[in-house]
Design a protein around this ligand. Structure first.
Ligand code: NAP
Ligand code: MG
Length: 493
């Protein structure tokens, strides 16, 4: 598709988006809307429905009907898988349009948006293929008995996702739930949700039965809180901040249901003195500027062995200085942050670090011609950052990289595990024994050795420990989260 055709499609879809409830697109029950703003220029480009408690209630009822007696409940696993595969194909067939929607909505560079849409499609391909491959089991029991274990869907699952990767989160959260046969209700983030709405439309077009997949947009404290607290939900999947994650978990406790929480991190990349610098430097820089640092698994702390500190840091500084920041359409290394609020929050971290006297090693540049009104923050490299400083401990969720020196292997392990978070870790060393030892000691859900994949790997189980949350997404692990076992005992004599 030519760029001009893609722009035209985007222009045509720039409208008031509605909620998808029980197979029907409808405005909020009270007709209210929220403006959608492009972070690249701060201008509104569309409206979404400001979903209400009544809308959430209708969506949960529609999902319940789909799950218990509607056409969705009658599909076999292979039929569900086929539908999901078709949705993956439809996402790929509309790749350029979706990429443009996602880039404008989030401000992310086009290349990032394109990668995200490919990943969104991949979730439906992967879980479409998995739908008919989740087996039960049998258990040897007493003489005269036959025991079988069935794996069943939870029922109606709720999904609250953030604004940083809306398209990918749509796939990551919904695809495993749908593969297991759950009916889903999603509340995407008010700051970015247009690509998920378009993908929900594609789901309808490829034939998902009414009510299997419902989307209610709006404000977190309204539609989000209503969904989290709804007694008709059987399981909740949440990705976002630790503060809201706590509220979601409390609501789940009230309803006696389970939930998965993915709450971000302060992920370390540990660079030992024998690391291959040529391989490390581009990866550690990319792991913090990717998506403007607004990635739960951003590599936001680089721990560097003292013996190589000066040499290694000089290489990172040189690369950092080459980074350029611009609008989504300029498609540079880094786009704007999602909102004025997020820009202020990140600037707060930067200003406090400067006041604390932490040296600024490098600052990237805004490119010429960056639109005014956008929410831009130039990436900043700080180091050495004291171990107890906020920059070494707290999630910034912006393009701010902290460099922290360490002495030896034991010190590196202690430092890597020293935050409240535990999501991902990177280990850079040629020493095979050390790779194993350190990987085993990391308190987190994913470890990369001589590489780093912030957010990557649909096949790879992903999730946190400690304040990063609990439960696993991606891979076959996610299918377990969205299902439970039922034990059936036959006495046959
Ligand atoms: P957030 O407030 O936790 O938002 C995440 C999702 O929860 C959004 O859909 C949001 O809706 C919804 N929500 C908000 N309040 C809710 C409530 N009371 N009940 C139920 N749902 C609610 O996160 P944020 O404000 O977007 O970002 C704040 C910080 O969270 C970031 O700076 C970052 O540190 C962290 N964060 C982490 C991740 C991650 O991937 N782990 C992603 C995003 C943010 P609305 O958007 O409509 O409010
Ligand atoms: Mg937006």
């Amino acid at each position: 598709m030519s760029a001009s055709t893609a722009r035209k499609i985007v222009a045509e879809t720039a409208t008031t988006y509605q909620n998808l409830i029980g197979g029907k697109w409808q405005p909020a029950s009270d007709g209210r809307t929220v403006d959608m703003v492009s972070p690249s220029d701060g201008l509104a480009f569309a409206k979404i429905a400001r979903g209400t408690k009544a809308d959430v209630d209708a969506a949960v009822k529609a999902a319940r009907h789909a799950f218990e007696e509607g056409a969705w409940s009658k599909l076999t696993a292979v039929e569900r898988g086929r539908l999901m595969t078709k949705l993956g194909e439809a996402i790929l067939a509309n790749h350029e349009e979706l990429s443009q929607l996602e880039a404008r909505d989030c401000g992310k560079p086009m290349k990032q948006a394109r990668a995200d849409i490919t990943a969104a499609a991949r979730y439906f391909e992967y879980y479409g293929g998995a739908a008919d491959k989740v087996h039960g089991d049998t258990i040897p029991f007493l003489d005269g008995y036959m025991v079988t274990i069935m794996r069943e869907p939870k029922g109606v699952t709720g999904h609250i996702i953030p604004w940083n990767y809306p398209a990918q989160m749509f796939g990551r959260s919904l695809a495993p739930a749908l593969a297991m046969g759950n009916a889903v209700v999603m509340k995407p983030a008010e700051d970015a949700c247009v690509a998920p709405l378009r993908m929900a439309q594609l789901a309808q077009e490829v034939g998902f039965p009414d009510g299997a997949l419902n989307v209610v947009t709006g404000i977190g404290e309204e539609a989000g809180a209503a969904l989290a607290a709804h007694p008709g939900i059987d399981f909740m999947s949440f990705t976002g901040s630790p503060e809201v994650g706590t509220l979601v978990q409390k609501a789940a406790a009230e309803n006696h249901i389970g939930c998965t929480l993915e709450l971000g991190g302060k992920s370390p990349q540990i660079v030992f003195e024998d690391a291959d610098f040529d391989a490390v430097v581009p990866v550690v820089v990319n792991a913090i500027v990717q998506n403007g640092g607004q990635t739960c698994s951003a590599g936001s702390r680089v721990l560097v062995q003292k013996s190589i500190y000066d040499k290694f840091v000089a290489l990172v500084v040189a690369r950092f200085k080459l980074l350029r920041v611009g609008s989504h359409a300029m498609d540079l290394d880094c786009g704007p942050l999602i909102s004025e609020n997020q820009r202020k929050r990140v600037h707060g971290f930067i200003d406090r670090a400067k006041k604390d006297g932490i040296p600024v090693l490098a600052e990237a540049q805004l490119a010429d011609g960056v639109p005014s009104g956008g929410f831009y923050v130039a990436p900043v490299l700080f180091g050495p950052v004291p171990r107890n400083n906020s920059l070494a401990c707290d999630e910034v969720f912006g393009p701010v990289l902290s460099i922290i020196p360490f002495e030896d292997e034991a010190d590196a392990v202690k430092l890597a595990n020293a935050t409240e978070f535990g999501l991902v870790a990177g280990i850079w060393t040629r020493d095979g024994g050390r790779q194993m030892r350190v990987a085993k000691k990391m308190r987190c859900g994913q470890v990369f050795v001589n590489g780093y994949g912030a957010g990557g790997g649909i096949e790879l189980p992903f999730g946190g420990v400690k304040k990063s949350g609990h439960g696993r997404e991606k891979g076959f692990e996610a299918l377990k989260e969205f299902s439970h076992t039922k034990t059936i005992v036959f006495k046959h004599g």
